[in-house]
Design a protein around this ligand. Structure first.
Ligand code: FAD
Length: 628
């Protein structure tokens, strides 16, 4: 059977911020580059990002610099981050934001005309470059505009707009292909027609985003089915940090049809406060020991901070997300929740109505349209929602290269950068920094290849047979299997976890693995969402198994992994990475791996007192030796 075939140097899977930045880089390095995305071009998840991109430009507070940003990122990730990634990210994010501006992004400005920066949880200084609460939209628009500019250059030179960079939209990749141990291409299908398509390429960059659709309550869109995570696993790469999932503290809780939709952290960054049903501003009760000296302990000090940051500590509403999410969860469990099972987030009594509409236009619109709530006049009801996965493909920090030669990853699909918990705003900057690096890494890899790997027809035939299988049987309903998976993950491997519940989830996942082999999709290949879901289920189940198995093994609570039966961080777990892999899509194996010790000049950026809260006694002895 003939399958549509395309040859490229680099195939980038995903057209969000990471994918577009990687593709731009690969093309700028002279590589023929394909961008493949399963949604419409411009509809990637990045478009939903609201608050901004974190970069220590020092525009609003000149004391900010890459070292402060590095420290905040490591603290936010509870010191489990890949420190080299955190270093590169903090150093390079400002250049990437200025580059976006040079390509046409119109950021909000300070009074003296610089790119404005806003406050966000866990960031010591105002650091998020933003465009109102629609930053992701501007980022995608700008990157797309850059792709078009490059295509125009290519037209001038080669008479063909798509000579060096071409977009394949509404096209889902289901398998990566290999020649021996190297990547040789990717196999997928057009969502509209169901026809198959083959990309013959020596380098593939995964930029497929996250996994949120494995959970019922999520801020993530339909695209987030863990495809890149699963494609990497099935190609022989490993995933790290999969137990760490960020539950954003503020998702909408009402009406049920919109439960989980994000309420941006900018609401708190711009002055919004959290209250329980008794009217108490409860976050003061939940400042953990490790953050005690950095957060205000009275409402008066917290409020003064908005106008005088030099002499006051930050409000506890701006603690890292994992802390705020757990606090909300505890208030609701203690019976102090709102009628619909959340808590109150109030900006209406904190800012004038016009100011709210100016700073938070999307939030104003979202609540008015979806919940008939006017946020300039009444509080919102909010609760935790599955938002982001810190875990992902284990990559080399400098090049984005995975353990499989020819495979690269960037953005939410990659792991390491954010440790056990991501700070808000650090994703958009991560996409730009590591998207660029992965594009460059892929280009350099192609340049150094002695010979182009060959596509193996047997692998193509088997990928095709795998994709056709759900159409050839009429067994389990994909929507029911999906719902059971989502419910299981939400209830048993959610924000608060315990051993028996995770084990129960793993038993359900085992059964779902059998059921997914029987899933059938009626109808033809022409735009058939049931078939698409049947194919996505393989990925969601694989990823869920990784999350649950790693969550069971990590016997401590850190960042986005809270174990009711193992409260508190254990220093001996800080440098342990849990690495997931699989052979031929069988069971997931999780192994411990030690993370390299932080470089001396980086660890010296922290105070001894702070480090002693995270490091083992042996590590502290080593620190004292360096400090001498
Ligand atoms: P995405 O932008 O999701 O792109 C993934 C791409 O992969 C898409 O094009 C998709 O079609 C494609 N794809 C997936 N699977 C396949 C497949 N099998 N075949 C082909 N294509 C595929 N972060 C911040 O830093 N600041 C913020 O203010 C912020 N706000 C947010 C608000 C919301 C509501 C949400 C949900 C997240 C927010 N985040 C924010 C997080 C941030 O937006 C994401 O982490 C980030 O956009 C992910 O970008 P990405 O490039 O990795 O993936």
């Amino acid at each position: 059977m003939n399958i549509e075939r395309h040859e490229y140097d680099v195939v980038v899977i995903g057209a969000g911020g990471a994918g577009l930045r990687a593709a731009i880089e690969a093309r700028q390095q002279g590589k023929r580059t394909a961008i493949v995305c399963k949604s419409l071009f411009g509809k990637a998840h990045t478009v939903m990002a609201e608050g901004g991109a974190a970069a220590a430009m020092g525009n609003v507070n000149p004391d900010d610099n890459w070292m402060v940003h590095f420290r905040d990122t490591m603290r936010g990730g509870k010191f489990l981050n890949n420190w080299r990634m955190a270093e590169l990210h903090a150093k390079e994010a400002p250049d990437r934001v200025w580059e976006l501006e040079a390509w046409g992004a119109l950021f909000d400005r300070t009074k003296d005309g610089k790119i404005s920066q806003r406050n966000f949880g866990g960031h010591e200084y105002p650091r998020l470059a933003h465009v109102g609460d629609r930053t992701g939209l501007e980022m995608i628009r700008t990157l797309q505009q850059r792709v078009v500019a490059l295509q125009q250059e290519d037209y001038e030179q080669h008479g063909d707009y798509e000579a060096y960079i071409k977009v394949f939209q509404e096209c889902t990749v289901t398998r990566l292909l290999k020649d021996g141990d190297r990547i040789s291409g990717a196999f997928g299908y057009w969502r509209e027609t169901g026809s198959f398509v083959l990309f013959d390429a020596p380098a593939v960059v995964l930029a497929t985003g996250g996994i949120g659709k494995s959970y019922v309550v999520t801020s993530n869109s339909w695209e987030y089915t863990g495809d890149g995570h699963a494609l990497a696993l099935l190609a022989g790469a490993s995933l790290i940090n999969m137990e760490f999932i960020q539950f954003h503290p503020t998702g909408m809780v009402w009406p049920p049809s919109v439960r989980g939709i994000l309420v941006t952290e900018s609401v708190r960054g711009d002055g919004g406060v959290l209250r329980n049903s008794e009217g108490e501003r409860f976050m003061f009760k939940y400042i953990p020991e490790v953050f005690k000296d950095k957060y205000a302990t009275t409402e008066e000090e917290a409020d003064r901070w908005y106008t005088d940051q030099a002499n006051n500590r930050r409000p506890p509403e701006l603690l890292p997300r994992d802390e705020v999410a757990r606090a909300i969860n505890a208030e609701v469990k203690a019976g102090r929740g709102s009628p619909q099972g959340g808590v109150y987030l109030d900006v209406s009594t904190r800012l004038p109505a016009e100011e709210i509409k100016r700073r938070l236009p999307s939030m104003h619109h979202q609540f008015k349209e979806l919940a008939d709530v006017d946020i300039t006049a009444e509080p919102m009801q909010v609760g935790p929602t599955c938002h982001y996965i810190m875990g992902g493909v284990e990559v080399d920090a400098d090049t984005g290269g995975a353990s499989v030669p020819g495979l690269f990853a960037a953005g939410e699909v990659s792991g390491g950068m954010h440790g056990s918990n991501r700070l808000g705003g650090n994703s958009l900057s991560d996409l730009l920094v590591f998207g660029r690096r992965a594009g460059a890494g892929a280009a350099a890899y192609v340049d150094a290849l002695p010979a182009r790997p060959k596509v193996d027809q047997a692998q193509v035939d088997s990928a095709r047979a795998e994709a056709m299988a759900p159409l050839e049987r009429s067994g389990e309903n994909p929507y029911e299997v999906h719902h059971e998976l989502q419910r299981t993950m939400n209830e048993l491997v959610g924000i608060i976890r315990k051993s028996e519940e995770i084990s129960e989830a793993l038993q359900v996942v085992e059964k779902l693995k059998e059921r997914v082999q029987l899933v059938g999709a009626g109808g033809s290949r022409i735009y058939n969402p049931g078939w698409h879901l049947a194919l996505d289920l393989r990925n969601m189940i694989l990823v869920s198994e990784c999350v649950a198995k790693a969550a069971l093994l990590r016997e401590e609570s850190r960042g986005g992994h809270t174990r009711d039966d193992h409260p508190g961080m254990r220093p001996e777990w800080r440098r342990k990475l849990l690495v997931c892999s699989t052979e031929d899509g069988g069971s997931i194996v999780v192994e411990e791996q030690e993370q390299p010790a932080m470089r001396d000049d980086l660890i010296s950026l922290f105070d001894r007192d702070e480090l002693s809260k995270y490091l083992t006694d042996e590590e502290m002895d080593e620190f004292d030796r360096i400090a001498k």
